[in-house]
Design a protein around this ligand. Structure first.
Ligand code: CMP
Length: 144
């Protein structure tokens, strides 16, 4: 099934100058960019994005980190895009990520882990419109 997923290059990877390398990896895997922008979330916006994690002990630190600088936020599309992105990213904790994955290569630790990708269709349905309106996404009936 062709899917859309919300992907973020997190502030650690943007600061580290890894945006181009990470996007190249997604494009190389056949994923198409349908929307893309640099986003500077404030604390409240980061809390809204990660609201499913609000009871977790790491929530304050995570939202502080995610609002500490710009993220490159995009919508990627492709066959099985959600699983494909998650495979390319590797495990949440870079210490447990497979060699060759983005987090193994670029992440600092379990929190500052370079990239985010929607973990399900349900998450993507919340996360994509959190950042992009229909008019800001290329595709559907406007690709012809
Ligand atoms: P992400 O894929 O964006 O989804 C939730 C984020 O919470 C995750 O990546 C990490 O940045 C962060 N996270 C998950 N588990 C932990 C943890 N044990 N300690 C700190 N941060 C975490």
């Amino acid at each position: 099934m062709v899917e859309r997923t919300l992907v973020m290059i997190k502030p650690d990877a943007v600061r580290g100058g890894h945006v181009g390398s990470i996007i190249r990896r997604f494009e190389g895997a056949g994923l198409a960019i349908r929307a893309l922008k640099l986003v500077c979330m404030d604390r409240r916006e980061a809390e809204g994005f990660y609201q499913v994690h609000r009871e977790r002990p790491f929530f304050p630190s995570l939202t502080q980190f995610m609002s500490s600088g710009p993220t490159v936020t995009m919508v990627l599309e492709g066959e099985g895009a959600i699983a494909k992105v998650r495979q390319l990213m590797g495990a949440t904790d870079p210490a447990k990520a497979d060699p060759g994955t983005l987090r193994k290569e670029f992440a600092r630790n379990v929190e500052q882990n370079a990239v985010h990708g929607s973990d399900s269709l349900t998450s993507a349905a919340y996360e994509i419109p959190y950042f992009f309106s229909a008019l800001e996404q290329f595709g559907d009936d406007r690709t012809a």
